[in-house]
Write a protein of this length. Structure first.
Length: 294
């Protein structure tokens, strides 16, 4: 595997352990990034650390500080930070197993691939992975990554293990902070029924290839045109019409989706292909296949 690991250590289930490596499962290399340039020379702008009283500061003179009150800091050295070591710095201990539905989707964070680190680790890694697959549970463990201890959710995926960082309670805002201000309104049953039919007509399998970042595509097209020396003007943005009659808008929407072609059936999910985005609701009963026309 050519990719550099984000973390290396040991995966341990009770008395069974093996060396493993953690790799990021996503990439941001394809995103469009801009540099800040001087408007006349087009030279890149350098960010120089500056003390508001003494002026520019050499990086060797910079220390870490934690603000305990306005303008008052506690200075912490790198050596003191390194002295705060936990057992999870080098070991990912599996502490318990839970059902995937038991973890609120608010808490799921970044995905990683966990793989054995070396040929000697394969056998023990495979035993742990197959046991997890057999039980169909998500394993929870902790590790220290980027100077922070993270709770990890692990599940068997193909020949490896898919790992997600799980946010802690302090990082997650409670829905009531926002949803609490929404007034209690019971919409007309007929409107809900029409909206449900629209949802039913738009149902289909999840295909990530159909959901490109259109803004990124437009930026790349803009860059190509500018590279050729073309003058690009911003297109006029269409103005959205104000919805006056909600019932009429729903009926018109239903008519548009009804003419959009035959409804697609969702693809079946494999046990190994489960993700953190599993629906909270119970799966609906399968519909009988439509009879073929003569």
């Amino acid at each position: 595997m050519a990719t550099r690991p984000t973390w290396q250590g040991y995966l341990r289930l009770s008395l069974v352990s093996c060396p493993v490596a953690l790799y990021t499962a996503t990439s941001r290399t394809g995103e469009v990034h801009f540099n800040m340039l001087h408007k006349d020379t087009h030279n890149r702008i350098r960010m120089i650390p500056t003390d508001p009283e003494t002026g520019p500061v050499d990086r060797s003179e910079i220390v870490k500080g934690y603000e305990i009150e306005k303008g008052r800091y506690v200075v912490i050295t790198d050596e003191e930070i390194k002295a705060v070591r936990l057992s999870t710095t080098r070991t990912l201990d599996i502490e318990r197993f839970v059902g995937e539905d038991e973890i609120d989707r608010l808490y799921w964070n970044d995905p990683y691939f966990l793989a054995p680190d070396g040929d000697m680790a394969v056998e023990a890694f495979t035993v742990i992975r197959e046991a997890m697959k057999k039980e169909g549970r998500v394993a929870l463990g902790r590790l220290v990554m980027h100077q922070r201890e993270r709770l990890m959710a692990l599940e068997a995926r193909d020949k490896g293990i898919l790992a997600y960082t799980i946010r802690n309670k302090r990082e997650v805002k409670q829905p009531e902070e926002i949803f609490g201000a929404i007034p209690e309104v019971k919409p007309p049953a007929q409107m809900v029924e029409i909206a449900a039919k629209i949802i039913d007509q738009l149902e289909g399998p999840f295909d990530p290839s159909q959901f490109n970042d259109r803004y990124e595509d437009a930026l790349r097209a803009l860059i190509k045109e500018k590279e050729k020396g073309a003058s690009v003007t911003a297109p006029q943005q269409p103005q959205e019409a104000e919805v006056i009659d909600l019932m009429e808008a729903l009926r018109r929407s239903l008519g548009q989706t009804a003419g959009g072609g035959e409804r697609r059936k969702p693809a079946a999910k494999s046990a190994a292909g489960r993700t953190a985005a599993k629906k909270d609701a119970k799966p609906a009963a399968k519909k009988a296949p439509a009879k073929k026309r003569a």
